[in-house]
Design a protein around this ligand. Sequence first.
Ligand SMILES: Nc1ncnc2c1ncn2[C@@H]1O[C@H](COP(=O)(O)OP(=O)(O)OP(=O)(O)O)[C@@H](O)[C@H]1O
Ligand SMILES: O=C(O)[C@H](O)COP(=O)(O)O
Length: 403
Amino acid sequence: MSTFKTLDDLEPGQLVLVRLDLNSPVEDGTVQDNRRFERHAETVRELAERGDRVVLMAHQGRPGGDDFVSLEQHADILAEHVGRDVGFVADTYGEDAAEAIQSLGEGEILLLENTRMCDEELPEESPEDKADTEFVGTLAPLFDAYVNDAYSAAHRSHASLVGFPLELPAYAGRVMETEYEANSSIATREFDGQVTMVVGGTKATDVIDVMNNLGEKVDQFLLGGIAGELFLRAAGHDVGYDVGEMDLFDDQWEANHETIESLIEERGDQITLAVDLAYEDADDERAEIRVEDIDEKDRGYLDIGSDTVSEYDPVIRDSEAVFVKGALGLFEDERFSKGTVGVLKAIAETDCFSVVGGGDTSRAIEMYGMDEDDFGHVSIAGGAYIRALTGASLVGVEVLQRN
Ligand SMILES: Nc1ncnc2c1ncn2[C@@H]1O[C@H](COP(=O)(O)OP(=O)(O)OP(=O)(O)O)[C@@H](O)[C@H]1O
Ligand SMILES: O=C(O)[C@H](O)COP(=O)(O)O
């Protein structure tokens, strides 16, 4: 299905420039290991093992942010996953970088400094303008080929993602290949049986855009999270209001309620809403209430309830394909993890084709000890995943497809 060239098309033994997405949480200056390292390690190891000289580019944070740090720690974490040394040079495309690149031996790996430390990386411009920068113009001629493995950053028109593929023979890495195929599959594949989409999270517009784009492909949307509460409010229930310090509902309601109301009217048969919700009671315990019994707008809800999980469970088990976008509750707090974990466990226990995406939601899988192998595909993408589901273009992929 891929319309780009992959590593299978790339002759071994070359000097290859590879773009990864190692953008990671940083706590008190320490870069946190996460599944992006583990996934990209496979591409890097494959290239090194076949005798390529492998030069890696990646970004971390944005200028001004606390997580805008050097990639020195990333090199060490990646080396652990690859099982080989990963050298690091604190330079993006200057003389130090060129020297380190030229002294690489067969199978050796070098990580360049954070691409966003180069002024020409970030401004969103066309691929042609990006290819015309000094950054790309200086670095590209040193290499035989360019590999983009950074699917999760492919929605950004940044120099390291869209400039190089115009200047060098360009290929998709293994992560790019699997992410693209799995995340596009809901739009491109035909499934014989029921297709279910679990949608939650904090952003109503994500859910609206997914429904508008995939409404003809999906049989059932199972809702939860903040977005689910806004749909319940549109269906006439006293939930989905800002109470206390919450600041998640009213602005979203103002901007989206008409669209949500018409979606409920047009696609009511496809939309399943929670029948009960969970909240924190006076003793800080989880308590639950049926939606029809809620008659005051005075409480925040933090998860779907147990009855809702029981209703969603058989729908998932009867599905041929299940796609997940967004958490169904505040799963980071164990008391409110029941909805998200219940749904993920039902998916893991069936042999349906499944894709779980969204940076936060995928995190629930490891937090609650589930096995990633029980899912068809667990995406490491956030913004790029939602764009794939909503039919928006990914410029980094488009440029690869031109090759
Ligand atoms: N009822 C709720 N109250 C408060 N927070 C909630 C609720 N339901 C879901 N969340 C929070 O929503 C977050 C996930 O929302 P988001 O829409 O960002 O999903 P995602 O797609 O997994 O992540 P991202 O967009 O970062 O890739 C979770 O961290 C979860 O704690
Ligand atoms: O972490 C991500 O989702 C990607 O690396 C994109 O990062 P950005 O949102 O800072 O461009």
